[in-house]
Write a protein that binds this ligand. Structure first.
Ligand code: ADP
Ligand code: ADP
Ligand code: MG
Length: 449
């Protein structure tokens, strides 16, 4: 097992990893930027090292400096969290070249599955249904137009290296397609360093259902069931739950088996998520793999009673997974709300500043993953996620009631948060029925979309 782990991240996920390490008897080294100096979660780590100024490119993305810090601190592994360098194959390679384990998949598996276009071709080979789309990246206008006319409009242009809800664009008419592609290529180059884009059929009113998997180095791969992340705004998830209220047992079984087949085909190890869209007829299509731990991983942890971060660390240290598929036995229902420092009354604009009053919820079946506290300053520079509230109850109805109670208790002032908006979603009849699709927020709350 590792003796000391460096956490190349910040905020709630840094604290989540510090906690898992301490329970495993592993020392922790946290890195931080100027902007995060003095943050309370850093005190929980054994050591904290400043690695630069506030802009991510000058700190949390400085791979050489992060690896040097790990060397100086004597860390034998690096946990990347999510975002920042988590899906950067070159970083994983550099860590290992410096004899520091990267807690995640191999660089090779990350390249195969992290790139959306490559992942699609692996899925196809593994007989996993994919969204109808172009083969590989777009190279010429004729092929593009031919495809769009074949599947019909609207179509979606997607950046192969895209993520975080960015790098996607809907095109509704033929006349707009070629210009839109040129713009998408430019944007993708700027945002993700690659101009590779491809076309996908736009699936009307789908649900987002994803499968959590984890694999060790001994060919043991298990899935931890699915999460439903259909409540989204601008392609970003707001709430997640497990099990999904919208799929039947047969679809669930096929989805999970497809996810396992796909990661197996890529020789994948560590934790990962295979994302799918499910259409109105219950047909499912692969969209992408996230080759990292995800924001919503606690939902699966609660229903399966399995600590994914500890498992990720153990597997990276070459230890066996310790469970088999037959031992995974999901119980009850879990629901997560993302509490972001954004003002829903003003188009979800980021709302940073000092939290003066902070009273998190608690009680039966309630988990709060957060780095916040009273007199904690929320920086405008980073992801706006302040806290995740996760509830675990016997049934979905009870989870919804429990979450409503939690959001009623949760006080964060004066920083504006998404809590008022999440309350309205929880009270909406369609959400309660479990009949929504990804256009729910846009349709039910047109002012807020
Ligand atoms: P990201 O890498 O940003 O997470 P994804 O490919 O996972 O991008 O897509 C994010 C969301 O965008 C999906 O959950 C879904 O709501 C929407 N989406 C993606 N592809 C399609 C599609 N082909 N048709 C309809 N909606 C889509
Ligand atoms: P999840 O599927 O775990 O919910 P999100 O799409 O919400 O993942 O992303 C989690 C974090 O990672 C966010 O901070 C998001 O901005 C960041 N992120 C994900 N993919 C990328 C990417 N390709 N480039 C930059 N940031 C990303
Ligand atoms: Mg995604």
């Amino acid at each position: 097992m590792f003796r000391r782990v460096l956490i190349a991240n910040r905020g709630e996920i840094a604290l989540r990893v510090i906690r898992a390490c301490r329970e495993l008897g592993i020392e922790t080294v946290c890195i931080y930027s100027d902007e995060d100096r003095g943050a309370a979660y850093l005190d929980v780590a054994d050591r904290a090292i400043c690695i630069g100024t506030g802009a991510p490119k000058d700190s949390y993305l400085k791979s050489e400096r992060i690896i040097a810090s790990a060397e100086i601190a004597g860390a034998d592994a690096i946990h990347p969290g999510y975002g920042f360098l988590a899906e950067n194959a070159a970083f994983a390679e550099k860590c290992r070249a410096s004899n520091i384990e990267f807690i995640g998949p191999t660089a090779e598996a990350m390249r195969l599955l992290g790139d959306k276009a490559t992942a699609r071709s692996i899925a196809k080979k593994a007989k996993v249904p994919i969204v109808p789309g172009t083969e590989g990246i777009l190279e010429n206008d004729d092929e593009t137009l031919k495809f769009a006319l074949k599947v019909g409009f609207p179509v979606m242009i997607k950046a192969s290296a895209g993520g975080g809800g960015r790098g996607m664009r809907i095109v509704r008419q033929k006349g707009e397609l070629l210009d839109a592609i040129k713009q998408a290529q430019q944007e993708s180059l700027g945002a993700f360093g690659s101009s590779d884009v491809y076309l996908e059929k736009f699936i009307e009113e789908p649900r987002h259902v994803e499968v959590q998997i984890i694999a060790d180095h001994n060919n043991n791969i298990v899935h931890l069931g699915e999460r439903d992340c259909t409540v989204q705004r601008r392609y970003q998830k707001l709430m997640e739950e497990s099990p999904s209220p919208s799929i039947d047992a047969k679809t669930r079984k096929e989805l999970c088996a497809s996810a396992v087949r796909l990661v197996k085909a890529a020789g994948y190890t560590s934790a990962g998520t295979v994302e799918f869209l499910v259409d109105k007829k219950g047909k499912y299509y692969f969209i992408e793999v996230n080759t990292r731990i995800q924001v919503e991983h606690p939902v699966s942890e609660m229903v399966t009673d399995f600590d994914l971060i500890k498992a990720q660390i153990r597997v990276a240290a070459n230890e066996p997974l310790g469970i088999t598929q037959r031992q995974v036995d999901p119980r009850g229902h879990a629901l997560e709300c993302r509490i972001n420092a954004e003002d829903p009354a003003h188009n979800f604009r980021p709302c940073a500043g000092m939290i003066e009053k902070y009273r998190p919820p608690g009680g039966f079946g309630v988990r709060v993953d957060s780095y916040a506290h009273e007199m904690c300053r929320i920086s405008p520079r980073y992801d706006s996620l302040i806290a995740k509230v996760i509830v675990h109850q016997p049934t979905r109805d009870e989870s919804i009631r429990c979450m409503q109670r939690c959001l009623h208790e949760f006080v964060i002032e004066p920083v504006k948060t998404t809590i008022p908006f999440l309350k309205r979603v929880l009270a909406h009849a369609d959400f309660v029925k479990g009949t929504i699709d990804t256009s729910f927020v846009e349709r039910a709350f047109p002012q807020e979309k």
